[in-house]
Design a protein around this ligand. Structure first.
Ligand SMILES: *Cc1c(COP(=O)(O)O)cnc(C)c1O
Length: 411
């Protein structure tokens, strides 16, 4: 174990309490008594820091929020009912009809349909780019672009962005860079590289055992001097900057999205997420090592595996330089045809066939017939979905057991 040491200390120390019950307490109450009218007024105007109503936050989730904010080096976080809820919270808190999104990367299916189908119904348009189309991305930015959205590792196309270069483009243009970093800052730290908002599905490797659906958005502090959020492009945020200073993006997210859309996290799920978080560094260390072993083992035997640890992958150099802590739990195998992919999945004894990723167990799924079944051919090609493509999320099993099982299934 030589990676993630600081996270090992941070997570267990911040989840456990030093007095009384060590494990976080679950506050199940939907509402909170204010005591007297003066306190009620103070809670509503923000001068008294006490819970208001569980739709806009509860004490269990608040503990998780402070750990996640610290994990990313953000000023604060808002946890949500799912990963999609985190993306919609962060987007809806900034967007209005007529605005534009520039979306980069091999995108998670739900995010793709949120942008292309749902937001377009509300007059918000999104243009999609591959991670290496830097010039086209620059040229696509207009006065109406509010968000540059990036996924830190292409799921499932396994392409890696140059996050620093994309953050420089966003910062030069004065536009928000929002990063879906579900692979966690143990792999890459978007805020440190110049991003403004990071979103997570905590359902995945943060929880790690399919017990709690959840998400989070982590926000950076507003700068004291110049800041892109102080420009006319983000004028709706200005009143929160006036009232809350560096914490403005938290107030903006809670009042302009959470309060009205209600994608709130339950206290019980926040509790389970914290239990998962405690062991995240140990699981991540194990899994990123296993992923490389399995990918290389299958590649040596002539199977078409896709992962940037392979020297012929177009982003191998970037993997070595920018992703030295690995790039999460995923790789893909292309079995050529749907029939061969189905045979593989029906023969493997270790992999659980499901749409989830980042679990303690190894998971696998045929992409074209499931998550991407409603997408047209052109979109599938853009997202790298071929007929025989299987996405694998590596778990905690002995990697040699997985290699043996997969070689048998792929025969
Ligand atoms: C799963 C996932 C989401 C959506 O999260 P849910 O918790 O399922 O809503 C978003 N982005 C990525 C990269 C994901 O893997």
């Amino acid at each position: 174990m030589n990676r993630f040491e600081s996270f090992c200390t941070k997570f267990v120390q911040s989840v456990g309490k030093k007095e009384g019950a060590i494990s976080p307490s679950i506050t199940g109450s939907a509402s909170f008594a204010y005591g007297d009218s003066e306190s009620a007024e103070g809670i509503f105007d923000g001068s008294v820091k006490k819970p208001l109503y569980a739709r806009v936050g509860n004490p269990t989730s608040a503990q998780l929020e402070s750990i996640l904010a610290d994990m990313d080096g953000g000023v604060g976080a808002v946890v949500t009912s799912s990963g999609m809820a985190a993306t919609s919270l962060a987007c809806m808190s900034l967007l209005k009809t007529g605005d534009e999104i520039v979306s980069i990367g091999g995108l998670f299916g739900g995010t793709y349909s949120f942008f292309s189908e749902t937001l377009s119904r509300f007059g918000i348009t999104t243009t999609f780019f591959d991670v290496d189309e830097l010039e086209n991305i620059k040229n696509a930015l207009t006065d109406k672009t509010k968000i540059i959205f990036l996924e830190s590792v292409g799921n499932p196309n396994m392409r890696l962005p140059d996050i620093k270069a994309l953050a420089d483009i966003a910062n030069e243009a004065g536009i928000v860079l929002m990063v879906d970093n579900t692979i966690t800052p143990l792999s890459v730290a978007p805020l440190a590289l110049g991003a403004d908002i990071v979103v997570y599905s905590t359902t995945k490797i943060i929880s790690g055992n399919a017990s709690a659906l959840g998400g989070a958005a982590v926000f950076r502090a507003i700068n004291e001097g110049e800041d892109k959020f102080k420009t006319p492009r983000y004028e709706e945020v200005h009143k929160f900057i006036k009232g809350m200073g560096k914490m403005a993006l938290i107030g903006n997210a809670k009042k302009r999205a959470m309060r009205d859309f209600g994608m709130s996290a339950s206290a019980y799920n926040s509790y389970l997420t914290m239990l998962g978080l405690e062991t995240l560094p140990l699981r991540m260390d194990r899994i990123v090592e296993s992923v490389e072993k399995i990918v290389k083992g299958l590649n040596e035997r002539g199977y078409h595996v896709n992962h940037p640890c392979l020297s012929f992958h177009p982003h191998h150099a970037r993997y070595v330089s920018d992703f030295s802590n690995g790039c999460g739990t995923l790789f893909t195998i292309d079995m050529g045809t749907k029939e061969r992919a189905f045979k593989f999945l029906n023969t493997t004894k270790l992999a659980t066939i499901t749409a989830n990723i980042g679990d303690s167990r190894t998971l696998a799924l045929h992409m074209a017939s499931t998550i991407y079944r409603d997408f047209d051919e052109k979109t599938r090609e853009f997202l790298g979905i071929t007929e025989g493509l299987i996405r694998v999320s590596v778990g905690l099993e002995n990697p040699q057991d997985i290699i043996d099982d997969f070689l048998n299934a792929a025969k």
